[in-house]
Write a protein that binds this ligand. Structure first.
Ligand code: NAD
Ligand code: UDP
Length: 319
């Protein structure tokens, strides 16, 4: 049986990866320190004999007994309000955490896939973003703690590949959404859906003309799985190229939720990228992958999930 270690396992993407690898017949070791994750995302796996969980901070030495075939490093705060609240932990998990996992991969002779992000492109000056674009990041801006941790993570991963011959994969993930996102994590989809469910106004930051391109989680997991199994070690964008302004997106949410919310405008956070759209031709060529779920279908599934949350969970304040 192949054995895979997934860090960030109690988080949004990590928990979906655990499910996918269990379904593919792997022995899955999940690891998380629960700083932004929640055990309820993987509670259904605890009775599975092919799953085990380590409560561990990956910025500390990582020890896993036995052999490992694959490592997927997904531990990191991912939403702007999280990484602004815990900036040093964010820098540490991208740097020290990545170093520990690359070291573990080398010791176990395992293939490792690192979760990078469209944020390595910063506020992009080319559009859509292709993998050969170097990016436009403000190192000392508030988002720098996340963006630069991820840029360093990519450099360190390439160094292990080039210097030690380690088998590495780098996925640049563009905005992904779906069930198990934290309702209060501040990202736009849970924010708008939570506001709709609580009967509050939808808050648009800035003038709402900034764009994003939202990828449904099942498509993202499929892309990551295919990349891990491929023989390509350079970064690959995985995302849905269907771009929309936040203004139009808010209107879609109002329509979908059948609510009659007003829209209110708040200041745009510093360095918030004005546009973002993945060029996914490389993923299509290499992995024969492209996003298949349209926004209407994906948002409906996500809203159905949020509707199952208890009144108490719904009322939790953003931290
Ligand atoms: P998430 O916050 O739901 O999950 C991250 C998980 O990592 C959490 O369970 C958290 O407790 C854990 N974690 C954080 N620091 C840790 C540490 N030091 N040790 C052990 N565990 C730690 O976020 P997510 O959306 O699932 O993102 C997962 C990964 O994907 C992150 O690396 C993120 O940068 C990347 N990513 C996500 C998106 C997206 O749209 N969701 C986009 C780009 C990149
Ligand atoms: N946003 C918004 N209202 C909110 C939360 C976010 O208008 O309540 C905006 C945010 O400023 C950004 C976009 O929505 O322009 C996507 O934000 P998110 O935090 O989801 O992702 P990221 O900025 O990391 O792409």
């Amino acid at each position: 049986m192949k054995r895979v270690l997934i860090t960030g396992a109690a988080g949004f993407l990590g928990s979906h990866l655990c499910d996918r690898f269990i379904n593919e017949g792997f022995y899955v070791i999940g690891m998380d320190n629960l700083i932004t994750g929640d055990l309820k995302n993987i509670a259904h796996l605890f009775k599975n004999e092919y799953f085990e969980f380590y409560h561990h901070d990956v910025t500390k030495f990582v020890h896993v007994p036995g052999n490992l075939n694959y490592i997927l490093h997904f531990a990191s705060p991912a939403s702007p309000i999280d990484y602004l609240k815990i900036p040093i932990q964010t820098l540490k998990v991208g740097s020290l955490g990545t170093h520990n996992l690359l070291g573990l991969a080398k010791a176990k002779n395992a293939r490792i896939l690192i979760a990078s992000t469209s944020e390595v492109y910063g506020d992009p000056l080319i559009h859509p973003q292709t993998e050969d674009y170097y990016g436009n990041v403000n190192t000392i801006g508030p988002r720098g703690v996340y963006d630069e941790a991820k840029r360093f993570q990519e450099s360190l991963t390439m160094a292990y590949h080039n210097f030690h011959g380690l088998e590495t994969r780098i996925v640049r993930i563009f905005n992904t959404y779906g069930p198990r996102m934290r309702l209060n994590d501040g990202r736009v989809i849970p924010a708008f859906m939570g506001q709709a469910l609580r009967g509050e106004d939808l808050t648009i930051f800035g003038d709402g003309n900034q764009t994003r391109s939202f990828c449904y989680v099942d498509d993202q997991i499929e892309g990551i799985f295919r990349l891990l199994m491929s023989d390509y070690h350079l970064p690959v964008n995985i995302g849905n190229p269907d771009e929309i302004t936040i203004n139009d997106f808010a209107k879609e949410i109002i329509q979908l939720t059948g609510t009659n919310q007003k829209i209110v405008y708040k200041p745009l956070p510093e360095n918030d990228p004005l546009q973002r759209q993945p060029d996914t031709s490389l993923a299509k060529k290499l992995l024969n992958w492209e996003a298949k779920t349209d926004r209407k279908t994906g948002l409906q599934k996500t809203f159905d999930y949020f509707k199952t949350l208890s009144a108490e969970e719904l009322q939790k304040e953003e931290h």
